[in-house]
Design a binder for this molecule. Structure first.
Ligand code: ATP
Length: 142
């Protein structure tokens, strides 16, 4: 089943590291990648496979065996160039399920066009979720 297949998480900022740690906690095997050694060191004791590499380098991705994975998450947001290039390389490597984080709707559209299968807009999506929560709570008081 796809749920139990290993996942590559690229970009270990607040979003990517929380995602990688939660997947690992749930028993999913995770390969976590970031190009900042300090970020990787900080997670080294908490994740089994966490590696420093530049995800915009296709040879580095191949060396790490990223092309063997079924699912990958691009959790790079602020650096648009790195987000777009990494997502396009994952598409080139024919990863079946590419998830990518977007920071704007334009960013989302670009990521979809270059091959991302699922897009997450964390701030937008969380705003909607909180609206449901707040709405639900409000109903309890009416
Ligand atoms: P967050 O809000 O989740 O903290 P962010 O939206 O600010 O993150 P970025 O700062 O762009 O997103 O990137 C998140 C992580 O991705 C950072 O830890 C950064 O080092 C990493 N990253 C950026 N470019 C690359 C790259 N080319 N290869 C690997 N990791 C990268």
């Amino acid at each position: 089943m796809a749920e139990n297949l290993p996942v590559v998480v690229i970009g270990l900022g607040r979003f990517g590291s929380a995602l990688a740690l939660e997947l690992a906690r749930r028993g999913t095997e995770v390969l976590a990648i970031d190009n900042r050694p300090k970020v990787v060191q900080a997670l080294a004791g908490r994740l089994t496979h966490v590696i420093t590499a530049d995800a915009t380098d296709i040879d580095a991705l191949r060396e790490l065996g990223v092309d063997e994975f079924y699912r990958a998450v691009v959790a790079i947001g602020g650096d648009l160039e790195a987000s777009i290039l990494t997502t396009s390389l994952l598409a080139e490597l024919e990863i079946e399920e590419i998830w990518a984080k977007a920071v704007t709707h334009q960013h989302k559209r670009i990521l979809e066009r270059i091959g991302a299968h699922h897009i997450v807009l964390p701030e937008h999506d969380m705003g909607e979720r909180v609206a449901h929560l707040v709405g639900g709570r409000m109903l309890d008081y009416v």
